[in-house]
Design a protein around this ligand. Structure first.
Ligand SMILES: *Cc1c(COP(=O)(O)O)cnc(C)c1O
Length: 397
C-alpha cells in the first residue's frame, strides 16, 4: 500500500529547507524584534526581509504587508477592521454565498452587531457575476469581499472586474486569496485589490502564520490591542521563525510558479480525464477552465462522501469530501448547494488537491484504487437499498 496525499487544499507539507531555516532561527535568532541590541535587530531584519518577499508575491509594497496568525485571523482582522473603522459611513457589506467560513461566520457575527450583509449567489460553475456585485451596492455599502479562488471547487473569481467596480464606486474591495496565493499570479495593482488575505500553510510554509495586504492610505481598527507591533494592528511579539518561513515560501512560489503550475495542471488533467473515463455517473464541480491548477472536485452519484473517505484512507489515500460531519449528521457543503447540487449529490463529493510534491505514480495509484472503491460502495449500497425495500414490504404486510 502506498501513502498518497491529495488534500493540499486543506494544508501542505512544509518545504524541508524552510523547516531547517525555521529551526535554525528559533535556536540562533530568537531576539525580540522590538529590542535595540543586536540579537533583537537581527530578528527585526527577519521581519523586514520577509515583508519584502510577501510584497513581491503580490506586487505590493512592503509597507502594505501586515503579518498575522493565518487565514482565518486575516479575514477576521480585515472584515472587522473595516466594519469598525467605517461604520459611520455605512453598515452594508457585499460578499458571496461560497466564501470560506472565516468570512461567512464573521459576516454573521457582524449582522448580530447591526451590519447588513448581502450574500450573492453564484452560477453553476461557481462564478459570481460582476453585474450582480454592482447591482447589490447601496449608499451604505462599505466593503465588497469576494474570494480569489474557491477552496472546495477551485473556481477562480472575476477579481479584476469586481475590483474595477469597487474602485468606480469608491468602495473598499477585499479578497480572501488563501487558495490562490503562491499558486497563481496575483497583482494587487492590476486586480484593483485594496485588502487581501493569505496564509503560509497552503503553499508549503508553516501553519499559524499569514499576512494581509492593506493598500496604503487605508486605516483600520486593530484586531488585537497591546504593543505597537505591525503598525498597532496586531499587538504581540512577532512569530519570527514562522514569518521567516512565510517569506521563504513566498519566494519559492515566485521562483517556481510557472513550472509548478504547468506540472500540476498536467497531473490534474490526467486525474480528471482518468476519473471521467473509469467511473460512471461523475460530474466535475467548478469551472472547467477557470480553476486552480491543483483542484479536482467530483460529485459521484450513489456514493456517500464520508464512507468513501474512510475506504480511501484504508488504501492509504488522504482526500476530502463535500460534506462535514457535525454532531453526527452529514451537512452538505454550502458551496456545492450554492452551485445547484442536490444535498444527496453534494454529500457524494470528493475533493482531490495536488501540490508540487504530487507524482505521476500517485495519480496512477489513485486512478486504480478509486474506481474499485466506488464500485464496491455502490454494490453494497444497492444491497442496503434492497434490504430496506424488503423490510418495507414486510411491514406493509
Ligand atoms: C484554509 C482557508 C482559510 C483559513 O486559513 P487558516 O490559515 O487555516 O486559518 C481561509 N480561507 C480559505 C479560502 C481557505 O482555504
Amino acid at each position: 500500500m502506498q501513502n498518497v496525499y491529495f488534500d493540499n487544499g486543506a494544508t501542505t507539507k512544509v518545504l524541508p529547507q524552510i523547516a531547517t531555516a525555521m529551526a535554525d532561527a528559533m535556536v540562533n535568532n530568537y531576539g525580540n524584534p522590538s529590542s535595540i541590541y543586536r540579537l533583537g535587530q537581527q530578528g527585526k531584519e527577519v521581519l523586514d526581509d520577509a515583508r519584502e518577499r510577501v510584497a513581491e508575491l503580490l506586487t505590493a509594497s512592503p509597507k502594505e504587508i501586515i503579518f498575522t496568525g493565518g487565514g482565518s485571523e486575516g479575514d477576521t482582522m480585515l472584515l472587522r477592521g473595516v466594519a469598525q473603522a467605517f461604520s459611520t459611513k455605512g453598515k452594508h457589506i457585499v460578499t458571496t454565498a461560497v466564501e470560506h467560513h472565516a468570512i461567512l461566520h464573521t459576516c454573521q457575527q457582524l449582522e448580530k452587531e447591526g451590519f447588513t450583509v448581502t450574500y450573492l449567489p453564484v452560477d453553476e460553475q461557481g462564478l459570481v457575476a460582476p453585474e450582480t456585485v454592482e447591482a447589490a451596492l447601496t449608499k451604505e455599502t462599505i466593503l465588497i469581499s469576494v474570494m480569489y479562488a474557491n477552496n472546495e471547487i477551485g473556481t477562480i473569481m472575476p477579481i479584476k472586474e469586481i475590483g474595477a467596480i469597487a474602485r468606480k464606486h469608491g468602495i473598499l474591495f477585499h479578497t480572501d486569496a488563501v487558495q490562490a496565493a503562491g499558486h497563481i499570479p496575483i497583482d494587487v495593482q492590476a486586480d484593483n485589490i485594496d485588502l487581501l488575505t493569505l496564509t503560509a500553510h497552503k503553499f508549503h510554509g508553516p501553519k499559524g502564520t499569514g499576512a494581509v495586504y492593506i493598500r496604503q492610505g487605508i486605516t483600520l481598527k486593530p484586531l488585537i490591542y497591546g504593543g505597537a507591533q505591525e503598525k498597532g494592528l496586531r499587538a504581540g511579539t512577532e512569530n519570527t521563525s514562522g514569518i521567516l518561513g512565510l517569506g521563504l515560501a513566498c519566494s519559492h512560489a515566485v521562483e517556481h510558479m510557472l513550472e509548478n503550475r504547468r506540472k500540476i495542471t498536467a497531473l490534474r488533467n490526467k486525474l480528471i480525464d482518468g476519473i471521467r473515463s473509469n467511473i460512471s455517473g461523475v460530474r466535475l464541480n467548478g469551472h472547467q477552465e477557470q480553476r486552480l491548477p491543483n483542484n479536482v472536485n467530483f460529485s459521484i452519484s450513489d456514493i456517500e462522501g464520508e464512507t468513501l473517505l474512510l475506504l480511501l484512507d484504508l488504501a492509504g489515500i488522504a482526500a476530502s469530501s463535500g460534506s462535514a460531519c457535525s454532531a453526527g449528521a452529514l451537512d452538505p457543503s454550502h458551496v456545492l448547494l450554492a452551485i445547484g447540487l442536490s444535498p444527496e449529490l453534494a454529500r457524494g463529493s470528493l475533493r482531490l488537491t495536488l501540490s508540487e510534491f504530487t507524482t505521476e505514480e500517485e495519480v496512477d495509484y489513485l486512478l486504480v484504487e478509486l474506481p474499485k472503491i466506488v464500485e464496491r460502495l455502490r454494490f453494497s449500497q444497492l444491497g442496503i437499498k434492497k434490504i430496506g425495500k424488503v423490510e418495507k414490504d414486510v411491514k406493509l404486510r
